[in-house]
Design a protein around this ligand. Sequence first.
Ligand code: SF4
Length: 222
Amino acid sequence: MGRSFVGEARRRVGPKRERIRPIVERLKAEHADARIALRFRTDIELLVSVMLSAQTTDVNVNRVTERLFEKYRRPEDYLGVPQEELERDIYATGFFRQKAKAIRGTMAMLLEEYDGQVPRRLEELVRLPGVARKTANVVAAELGDPQGIVVDTHVRRLSQRLGLTRHDDPVKIERDLQRLVPRADWGVFPHLLIWHGRRVCLARAPNCTDCVLLDLCPSARF
Ligand code: SF4
C-alpha cells in the first residue's frame, strides 16, 4: 500500500476518536455472542484455563480441562500430586513442564498470600509465577474488573487494520487502545475483535465486502 493511498484511506474514514464508538457498537450487534471461549466454573478454573491456553487453542484447553477440573478443584489438589502427574494431566496443551511448574507455583502463592483465592488486581495477578500481563488481563476482565485491554494476535491485527494503532508491540498497542476505547468496554472489546478476526477479518483473506466496518476501516478492500 503506497503512502498516499494510506493517507487517502485515513481521510476517507475520519479520525479514530470518532470511529471508535460506532466500531464498538456495530461489533456488539454483529457478535452478540462474543465472549471468552474457555470453559470454567470457578475463579481457580478460570486462572488455570488461561494459564494453559498459552501457545495453544481454546478448544484444546477445554478438551483437557473437562477431565482436569474433575480431579483438581482446590489449590491444594495441584500441590497434592507429584509434578510429573500434573504434567501428564495437562500434556496435550503443550509446554506441559513449564505450565505444570507455573500452576503449582501459583497455587502455592495463592495459599500462602491470598487465602487460596484468586486476587483481583492486575499488579497482584502478575506476581503469580508464570502469569504474564496478558493472562492477568484476561483473568481480571473475566472477574468483572478489567484493568487493561487484552492484546492477542487478532486484537493486534485488527487494531492495525482499523487504524487504531501504528504500533506492533503489544504493550504499546494496549496503551493506544486504553486511550481510545471507553473504559466500560475494556472487557468486551478484545472478544469483539477476536470474534470478528475469526469470522470476517481473517489474517490472510479479510472478507471486506461482508464486513460491518467497511466504511470505518482504512484497510477496507472493495
Ligand atoms: S473492512 Fe476488511 S480489513 Fe477492515 S475490518 Fe473489515 S474485513 Fe477487516
